[in-house]
Design a protein around this ligand. Structure first.
Ligand SMILES: [Zn+2]
Length: 93
């Protein structure tokens, strides 16, 4: 089984200051997305879906969104709307 505590340690290097957003990033990673902190200006980083190609979904993550809950919801929405969903995320080894 997947243990969240372990994942927590692994991803602690890119922890978003806003709890809501951080949870959305987890949600994204759980769906095969890659979260990359770029820390440039207002942009905390970006996340890219698991699709290998130029048309992969790419979403900007803001470091200090006016409404963190809103921003988190939008990030989750992008994950759900991704047309490149991996079939059965991470099943079988
Ligand atoms: Zn996608």
């Amino acid at each position: 089984m997947f243990v969240w505590e372990d994942a927590d340690r692994m991803t602690s290097r890119h922890r978003h200051p806003k709890k809501d957003v951080q949870r959305a990033l987890r949600f994204a990673e759980d769906h095969g997305w890659t979260v990359t902190p770029t820390a440039s200006g207002h942009r905390w980083g970006e996340m890219v879906c698991g699709h290998q190609g130029r048309d992969a979904c790419q979403v900007s993550i803001w470091s200090t969104p006016k409404n963190a809950g809103n921003h988190a919801n939008r990030l989750r929405q992008r994950v759900r709307n991704c047309p490149h969903q991996l079939p059965g995320s991470g099943g079988g080894s």
